[in-house]
Write a protein that binds this ligand. Structure first.
Ligand SMILES: Nc1ncnc2c1ncn2[C@@H]1O[C@H](COP(=O)(O)OP(=O)(O)OP(=O)(O)O)[C@@H](O)[C@H]1O
Ligand SMILES: Nc1ncnc2c1ncn2[C@@H]1O[C@H](COP(=O)(O)OP(=O)(O)OP(=O)(O)O)[C@@H](O)[C@H]1O
Ligand SMILES: [Mg+2]
Ligand SMILES: [Mg+2]
Lengths: 226, 226
């Protein structure tokens, strides 16, 4: 389903070059549950951004469902993203002027989902994340962990094929974090391909496949009981 | 040193009222090492913002070194903050147009520290947080955990009397997180009053005094060996 071949991502800062990803090969089948862990600055967010079609490699290839997406135009990438990929950003990227409810609703409006269906889905997900009484709050009126949960709701509301979650519990206490992981694992059990970047060992080890990244390279890739 | 008496903070959203802090009493002595833990949305950031003079209570009093700071003007609060308080924000609030180095330098420029002294201190702290080769990167060119470390460097560079850190390791792997806590505990051993909000049990239990907040109230306040 997802195939990266010799993917490289190099950033230029002044006359300094940073190799964020260094000839990465990676195959991911539909329905997998993968955790990605590694030191701060090792390339995890960069990898997720490339998988999520938010960034392009400098070299190498990315085949999504057998199709080379590295050569798509920006518009074509955006369309593929909207159709197939849900993304929870490390720092959420919610829209400041919209309420929690409107932020969650946005992907459904873009996809042409009728209003009653939208209202029902929002109501269900707000309940699932414990934020029914924060529906009208704007991002600057929400706590860090509440923002994180809204971002997760927005990323999952369109039932994407693939969910890429960049540190989805970094601002959550043990209890809320556990509920979120439960929610994501339920979606995975229904067929969602789930890829979670995390710094939390307790979360990382729950995945059926555990990838470790160090200095822009995959240093470990283990499947099965930890 | 810090004394909160019956502090209340109430937010209004449309016709909904949120009591973020509910008659909080809290005494903190100079040099203490305190962790604050509690569920997402329980009032931790709100409490820290009030302690850091970034917000005011609706009711109650805040005495800092015996002086009632609740009644200071905004300018007086800003001056007191610059003099005494270092703050690591939950989402960093670095200046997007400045490099990592310039972000760290800013408090020293505002305080009139001479250039050579500034350069020396920046060099030392960048080394301490492992980011000497990221000095010229801007915030959008840094990873989440790198941003977090820059925010911590900025908050500590003026050697404040009190450091308020809102989830300072939420985006850091085990190793970098441990180094940061080490750094903060070293400063505490030299007299810094250290207050850390965290969701990480392993970090919270290291503090000599452990406070728990639930629904805007202090539900536990323990000192000594856990
Ligand atoms: N736009 C950019 N320009 C220059 N360098 C960048 C850019 N984005 C990332 N980097 C660098 O690339 C490296 C990888 O960054 P990335 O954000 O992928 O790390 P990460 O593994 O997600 O780290 P963290 O755990 O701290 O979030 C870092 O060293 C970072 O400084
Ligand atoms: N400006 C605001 N307007 C309205 N409500 C607010 C505002 N700021 C915070 N709140 C609400 O007050 C409560 C406490 O928020 P606070 O940010 O202090 O929580 P927290 O303990 O830091 O949570 P987290 O662990 O998720 O960061 C939350 O329920 C939040 O929705
Ligand atoms: Mg990252
Ligand atoms: Mg908070």
């Amino acid at each position: 389903m997802i195939r990266l071949e010799k993917v490289e991502r190099i950033f230029q800062v002044g006359d300094q070059q940073v190799t964020a990803l260094n000839k990465v090969d990676l195959n991911i089948e539909a329905g997998e549950y993968i955790s990605i862990m590694g030191p701060s600055g090792s390339g995890k967010s960069t990898l997720l951004n490339i998988l999520g079609l938010l960034d392009r490699p400098n070299r190498g290839q990315y085949l999504l469902d057998g199709k080379d997406v590295t050569s798509l135009t920006d518009d074509e990438q955006a369309f593929t993203r909207q159709q197939k990929i849900g993304f929870v950003f490390q720092f959420f990227h919610l829209i400041p002027r919209l309420t929690a409810e409107a932020n969650i609703e946005l992907p459904m409006i873009l996809a042409g989902i009728p209003e009653q269906e939208r209202k029902d889905r929002i109501h269900t997900v707000l309940k699932a994340i414990g934020l029914e009484n924060r529906a009208d709050h704007r991002p600057d009126q929400l706590s860090g962990g509440q923002l994180q949960r809204i971002a997760i709701a927005r990323a999952t509301i369109m039932q994407p094929k693939v969910l890429l979650a960049d540190e989805p519990t970094g601002n959550l206490d043990q209890h809320s974090g556990g509920e979120i992981i439960q929610l994501l694992e339920d979606l995975n059990s229904k067929g969602l391909t789930l890829i979670i970047v995390t710094h939390d060992m307790n979360i990382g080890k729950r995945a059926r496949r555990r990838i470790r990244i160090v200095d822009g390279q995959i240093s470990a890739d283990e499947t099965g009981v930890a």
